[in-house]
Structure formats: structure tokens, C-alpha cells
Design a protein around this ligand. Structure first.
Ligand code: CP
Length: 325
């Protein structure tokens, strides 16, 4: 029996209508998204993804109420490569700054016959709100809402892991850093659990760890050296100072001393472990430049995979059998 999240996200054929969170989705569906993304990757030796006509005649609206480099640009590129018409609303100069409500913004853009909204917002739940109020046939993709979810980021992370490691069911994965404020961490933990990763390790200062991580299927480590022991994947997260109200950390130097990923620390992981970071990175705070730019880093490959994953999600939501409902 699907829960509320699945009911909102899936249509009556069980196909993806909106993507708001990975929580509640099936392993089969996540695997289908990753498989579809693989089909959009450029062939070996080619640098760019070829344009395909899958979304010709469709209009995609990017609404970014919060800053972004990677997500916004890769959603733009993904929609263009699918031949959609793409409009990006610069929220800073839009009528939202004059007090227009989110619902009125939605209704007015829908009146321009938009088919798909990509929304990033500082408020957790903003994408759900859009999906609940969207007209039939309009899809909504969550590009990051508050500290709640960033599902396409976690999917591109899973694609990157699968490219390097293959079988999820044998992996140890460490997620390190500011978990409390991280929508990426929440979505990653859901994705790793759904895909069958047996050993999900979470590490960070206690002030930056939310309660309930064990319920989500993760083990909590206080010491980074312990969390890194023998892992296949190290996923470093940014310290999100913009979301902190109060003294969560003594200083950036103290944080780097205890939780920064250095070449010496990385030696505790498996020799072929990969290092990931969703970006933007704070070099010298959560990660040493020698690691970020080193041979085990797949950080820029994550960004490349973002285009293919976002193409897959757009193609699946707008190209459903049932279409509008
Ligand atoms: N990883 C990520 O969401 O980066 P941006 O904030 O630059 O989109």
C-alpha cells in the first residue's frame, strides 16, 4: 500500500508524476531512473550529450528561490538537451520580492502553459506545496527544499557510485559532516537504504547530527578515523553556516582538525575508495584540496552525471503513459 509521499509522487499506473523525495520510492523505480540516466550519457570518447526530441513542445520552468550553481545549470542543460523550452525565473527580480505568494506565482506561470516546474526553496515542503496545488498534468521536481530533501542530487550520487562500484549490496559508505542542516544527507541515506547498501555510516560533531539516524538505517560514528575504516565510498558534506543560528562549531580550524578529510585520513578507507562531495566545497574546512583534486575524487563526475540524471527524471515525469491526470 503506497504511503502519502508515494501517492503524491506516483500516478495511478505507478509511474513518476512528481519527484519530491526519495523516501517511499521503490528500489525498482530508483534503478529505472539510474538506467534511464545511463542512456543519456555521452558515448565513450564524446564530451557532450546529444540533443533528443523527447520534450519537444513542453515548457520547463526553473524557479530557484535560493542560490545554486550545479543544480540550476544542470537542470537547464538537461531540459535543453531534451528539446524543451526552458525559462528560468530570476526570483530576486521577480514579483515574489513584491510580496506575491508562492501559490499566485504558481498559478500565473501555469497560465503560461508550463508543463514542469523545477523548484528550489529555503523552506522545507515548498516543492510538496507546489505539487499539491499544481494543475493536472503539471509535474514538479524538487531541486532542494530547506534541510528536507534533494532527490536528484542523491540520484546522481547513486549513479556515480554505481559506475565505480557496481553492486550496492556489498558496500560500506560513510557520509561525513553537517548532517543536521543537509537535505543532501537525508536524500542520500534514503537512496542508499532503498538500493540495499548494508553499511551506512554517519559521522560528524554531535551538534550537527539530527536524532533518528539509526531509525533511517545508519550507524553513527563520533570519530572520523573510525567511520572511514575500510569504506568503499566517502561522501563529504559542506558545513552549512548559512543555516546555523548559534554556535554549532568552535571554529573552522577546529572542525578541519577533527572532521576534515586529509590524504592521511583517507588511507583508512579501502585503497580504491572514491571521494564524493555534492558541492559547493569549503576547501580546508571539510576537505583538503589534495583530496578534492586527488586521484580518488569523483566530484566533477558527479556534476557531469547531474545532467543525465535530471534528463532521466524529466523524461520519466513528462513522458508517462498516462500523461495528464
Ligand atoms: N549540490 C548542489 O545542490 O549544488 P548547488 O547548490 O550549486 O546547486
Amino acid at each position: 500500500m503506497p504511503d502519502n509521499r508515494s501517492t503524491l509522487q506516483l500516478d495511478s499506473n505507478g509511474e513518476l508524476k512528481h519527484l519530491l523525495t526519495l523516501d517511499g520510492l521503490s528500489r525498482e523505480l530508483l534503478t529505472e531512473i539510474l538506467d534511464r540516466a545511463e542512456t543519456f550519457l555521452p558515448p565513450e570518447g564524446e564530451q557532450t550529450i546529444r540533443k533528443v526530441p523527447i520534450l519537444r513542445g513542453k515548457t520547463v520552468i526553473n524557479l530557484f528561490f535560493e542560490n545554486s550553481t550545479r543544480t540550476r545549470m544542470t537542470f537547464d542543460l538537461a531540459a535543453s538537451r531534451l528539446s524543451a523550452d526552458v525559462l528560468t525565473l530570476d526570483v530576486g527580480t521577480s514579483s515574489a520580492s513584491k510580496g506575491e505568494s508562492l501559490l499566485d506565482t504558481l498559478r500565473n506561470i501555469e497560465a503560461m502553459h508550463a508543463h514542469l516546474f523545477v523548484i528550489r526553496h529555503t523552506a522545507s515542503g515548498a516543492a510538496h506545496f507546489f505539487a499539491e496545488h499544481a494543475a493536472p498534468g503539471v509535474s514538479v521536481l524538487n531541486a532542494g527544499d530547506g534541510n528536507h530533501a534533494h532527490p536528484t542530487q542523491a540520484l546522481l550520487d547513486m549513479l556515480t557510485i554505481r559506475q565505480h562500484k557496481g553492486d550496492f549490496t556489498k558496500l560500506s559508505v560513510a557520509v561525513v559532516g553537517d548532517i543536521l542542516h543537509s537535505r543532501v544527507a537525508r536524500s542520500q541515506i534514503h537512496a542508499l537504504r532503498i538500493l540495499g547498501v548494508p553499511d551506512i555510516r554517519i559521522c560528524g560533531p554531535r551538534t550537527l547530527l539530527p536524532v533518528g539516524l539509526e531509525v533511517m538505517g545508519a550507524r553513527v560514528f563520533d570519530r572520523l578515523d573510525d567511520a572511514l575504516e575500510g569504506v568503499d565510498v566517502v561522501n563529504m558534506l559542506r558545513v552549512q553556516r548559512e543555516r546555523m543560528q548559534g554556535p554549532y562549531l568552535p571554529s573552522a580550524d577546529a572542525y578541519f582538525h577533527d572532521y576534515g578529510l586529509t590524504p592521511e585520513r583517507l588511507q583508512r578507507a579501502k585503497p580504491d575508495a572514491i571521494v564524493m562531495h555534492p558541492g559547493p566545497m569549503n576547501r580546508g574546512v571539510e576537505i583538503d584540496s589534495a583530496v578534492a583534486d586527488g586521484g580518488q575524487s569523483v566530484i566533477l563526475q558527479q556534476v557531469t552525471n547531474g545532467v543525465a540524471v535530471r534528463m532521466a527524471v524529466m523524461a520519466m515525469t513528462l513522458g508517462r503513459q498516462g500523461g495528464a491526470e
